[in-house]
Design a protein around this ligand. Structure first.
Ligand SMILES: Cc1cc2nc3c(=O)[nH]c(=O)nc-3n(C[C@H](O)[C@H](O)[C@H](O)COP(=O)(O)OP(=O)(O)OC[C@H]3O[C@@H](n4cnc5c(N)ncnc54)[C@H](O)[C@@H]3O)c2cc1C
Length: 422
């Protein structure tokens, strides 16, 4: 690690710690009086929890979180569970603390947004809102790969919370029996671009340890590992550490998959496999598109994250369709920002940034683990001159190293505490 990167990481960690402290201030005074303005947050993942914690800490609004899962599971760092290095519980947290903060929790899925009536509908409830925050993550574009939908159960993607269990079972069988394990990487934008390479590396490490006979075939729709700033260190790690385990095929478009015959047809030819982790192209969930909030991704205004179609709706996290990285760190920061903005709007104190103003956007930090003890850190500092596209400044480790691997776990624990710690 260079000194610059270490100090940058300390700054990022300090910033997140300060945000956490700010978010927790005043949480004891929260009540659920119905006279308060109502904010409904849909999605209890990274972005939703950033908004919930900030809003609940103010004590000034009634906060309702709608989330079908009974607990939280992190995608970041859960590769350690998928590869068999750590239990799933290391990456899970309870939602119980939200009860103590006065957040009303609805364990259901929102099925429809009634924009005209300013309410969301679940199977059993209609929840009115003054402001709505959506952080519903991604869905997979199954129709892009003929043969996939029929075989969905056998070919788990594992890029959403709790889906990691099905991928972990597939990996465990592969490590035992060997053969060809296909992992695919789609073209961006998709959730956490370094993740397919990270997954390949961590499984390859276990192959070496267990003496698994076979190989991982990494079928990439791109010419290099994504995002481009990490292409070199990722490729270097794959070559240095796993030349005997990973075959890397680039610029390969997927044509179809036959799960019965176990053949993946690609623009580079047919590939036989025994096991596969097909990582599909992604988009915002249907809920957002059906509400007229965007086509593939939600259309929002920056820097406010306000929907272009509806000023009472904010969309954060991976569903939003700007060039901001689809990262948990960015999602959490955007959730915090939107929570604070809503409070300012309600207090009549929100200052709309003017055309040409320079505004800092939520920063991102992403970790590409390449082994249990080595990782590559990617820092992104986005900003925007209002009216122009956002600009992204990347800082990337030149090579994999142990300091970033340690930093990754510290970051994970700090973020999970900020989301769901006391
Ligand atoms: C393997 C992997 C590694 C990653 N590593 C990193 C990393 O190192 N650093 C980093 O910053 N990011 C990383 N990410 C990315 C990070 O996980 C996402 O960017 C983050 O989860 C986005 O937050 P979100 O709130 O948009 O979505 P999520 O965290 O997925 O939350 C969405 C929530 O919405 C709920 N939901 C969906 N639809 C509805 C509905 N209709 N009604 C109610 N609830 C609904 C879901 O149940 C879910 O809980 C990684 C991702 C993966 C897959």
């Amino acid at each position: 690690m260079s000194g610059l990167n270490s100090s940058k990481r300390r700054t990022v960690l300090k910033g997140a710690a300060a945000a956490l402290a700010a978010a927790l201030t005043g949480c004891a005074s929260v009540s659920t009086s119905s006279a308060k303005p109502r904010v409904v947050v849909v999605g209890g993942g990274w972005g939703g929890l950033g908004a919930v914690r900030t809003l609940a800490a103010s004590g000034k609004v009634d906060v309702t979180l709608v989330e079908p899962n009974t607990s939280f599971m992190s995608c970041p760092l859960s590769v350690l569970y998928i590869a068999g290095n750590a239990p799933a519980s290391d990456f899970q947290r309870s939602y119980a603390v939200l009860d103590t903060l006065g957040v009303r929790q609805i364990r259901e899925r929102v099925l429809e947004i009634d924009r005209a009536g300013k309410a969301v509908k679940t199977a059993t409830q209609r929840l009115p809102y003054d402001y709505l925050v959506l952080s519903t993550g991604v869905e997979y574009m199954e129709e892009t790969l003929p043969g996939y939908a029929e075989a969905r159960e056998q070919l788990p993607v594992g890029f959403r919370a709790f889906e990691q269990m099905a991928v972990q079972r597939e990996v465990a069988t592969f490590l035992e029996k060997g053969g060809n394990f296909i992992i695919t990487a789609p073209k961006p934008p998709y959730r956490c671009p370094p993740a397919p390479y990270e997954r390949a590396c961590l499984i390859a490490e276990r192959m070496k340890e267990k003496g698994t006979k076979g190989k991982i075939i990494l079928v990439d729709a791109n010419p290099n590992p994504m995002p481009p700033p990490i292409a070199k260190p990722v490729q270097q790690a794959m070559q240095q550490l796993y030349a005997g385990q990973i075959e890397y095929i680039t610029n390969a478009d997927l044509k179809s998959v036959d799960a019965g015959k176990k053949i993946l047809a690609t623009s580079k030819g047919d590939i036989n496999f025994q096991h596969a982790n097909i990582i599909l192209p992604m988009r915002a969930p249907g809920l957002i598109r059906q509400a007229g909030l965007g086509q593939r991704w939600a259309d929002i205004k920056l820097p406010s994250f306000q929907s272009q179609a509806d000023e009472n709706i904010f969309i954060v996290g991976d569903s939003q369709g700007t060039p901001l990285p689809k990262s948990g760190h960015v999602a959490f920061g955007a959730g915090q920002q939107v929570g604070a903005q809503i409070l300012d709007m309600l207090a009549g104190q929100y200052k709309v940034p003017g055309l040409g103003d320079n505004v800092t956007l939520p920063s991102g930090i992403c970790w590409g683990k390449v082994s249990r003890t080595q990782a590559i850190m990617i820092n992104v500092s986005p900003s925007i001159e209002v009216g122009q596209p956002p600009q992204m400044k990347f800082q990337v480790d030149p090579a994999h190293n142990t300091a970033s691997s340690k930093g990754a776990m510290e970051w994970g624990n700090m973020m999970w505490d900020a989301m769901l710690g006391a």
